[in-house]
Design a protein around this ligand. Structure first.
Ligand code: ARG
Ligand code: MN
Ligand code: MN
Ligand code: MN
Length: 298
């Protein structure tokens, strides 16, 4: 398969330094040859340009959303790259950077397909809006915007394009939700597979349930967005918003393997690796093995 690797050295969505280093850090440790070792034709599209910003530019026009303009700009560019990649018959592998990039990458998918779904593997919901966000950090908001909810500026990224229907959104590994996010889950009847559910029913059950729902709804295209904080911090300490009691690597791999076996996954993000917060490159090495595992199944 043709795989386009797209680096997004963005840290403005989490308002914390370190995540922007991840794309090059992974490249220096053999990312491209790892992907090619599985017979793929892998192209490194390099890193998207992220303009430098000053602390004063954090809140513009009285907005609660931090660095809104730059994040919108980067996401528009990312959406275009993902769209072009898909149109060219290649698989976009987007390496973050913080999770605000999920907005651009899934918007690129939404321009290509009208019937798409999103699987969001994450300790968090990332469905805050400007109003509900406790932090103002946009990495906690991309998934609501992808459904057309929340701040206009985020909803309009790469518009016009298809929004994802709430019934085609699947949150997995969830264990930290803000009040407003819980309300939105109720309102929109989102499918949420929390860590409690996973502990209760097992990860294989969860994967099968999602597969069944995708089949029932005749969804042919799925964007898979992976936040490394879905994995338990004892295995993945190198990330900015750690939450205990996460997935262990074997569960993570089991889930990924079930989901990839559907052949519905058209694009993928791997986000929130922060090499500066890591210990002995534990999380970096885990990310490399995750990419190895994933690309061996594409
Ligand atoms: N819910 C919190 C917020 O909105 C944390 C979000 C963390 N998101 C992430 N992609 N790691 O600020
Ligand atoms: Mn996230
Ligand atoms: Mn997260
Ligand atoms: Mn391998």
């Amino acid at each position: 398969m043709k795989i386009n690797v797209i680096g997004v050295p963005l840290n403005l969505g989490c308002d914390r330094k370190g995540v922007e280093k991840a794309p090059n850090y992974l490249r220096e440790r053999g990312l491209m040859s790892l992907i090619r070792s599985h017979g793929h034709k892998a192209f490194d599209l390099g890193n998207l340009y992220v303009p430098p910003v000053t602390e004063e530019e954090k809140y513009l026009k009285g907005s609660r959303l931090k660095y809104l303009d730059v994040i919108v700009e980067v996401n528009n560019n990312l959406a275009e790259l993902v769209y072009d990649t898909l149109r060219g018959g290649a698989f976009p592998l987007v390496i973050g950077g913080d999770h605000s990039l999920g907005l651009g990458s899934a918007s690129g998918v939404g321009k290509c397909y009208d019937d798409f779904g999103i699987i969001w593997l994450d300790a968090h919901g990332d469905i805050n809006t400007g109003e509900t966000s406790p932090s103002g950090n946009i990495h906690g908001m991309p998934l609501s915007a992808l459904m057309g909810l929340g701040s206009e500026e985020l909803v309009n990224v790469y518009s016009p394009g298809n929004k994802v229907l709430p019934q085609n959104v699947f949150l997995v590994g969830t264990r930290s939700l803000d009040e407003g996010e819980c309300a939105l889950i109720e309102e929109q009847h989102l499918s949420v597979y929390t860590m409690d559910t996973i502990r209760d029913k097992g990860i294989a059950f969860v994967a099968e349930d999602i597969k069944n729902k995708l089949r029932e709804r005749k969804i042919r295209n799925v964007h898979f967005s992976i936040d490394v904080d879905s994995i338990d911090p004892s295995y993945a300490p190198g990330t900015g918003t750690r939450v205990p009691e996460g997935l262990i690597p074997s569960e993570f791999e089991e889930f990924v393997s079930h989901i990839l076996s559907t052949n519905l996954i058209k694009s993928l993000d791997l986000v929130e690796l922060n090499p500066e917060l890591d210990s002995d490159d534990k999380t970096t090495n885990l990310c490399l093995s995750v990419i190895d595992y994933i690309t061996s199944r594409l």
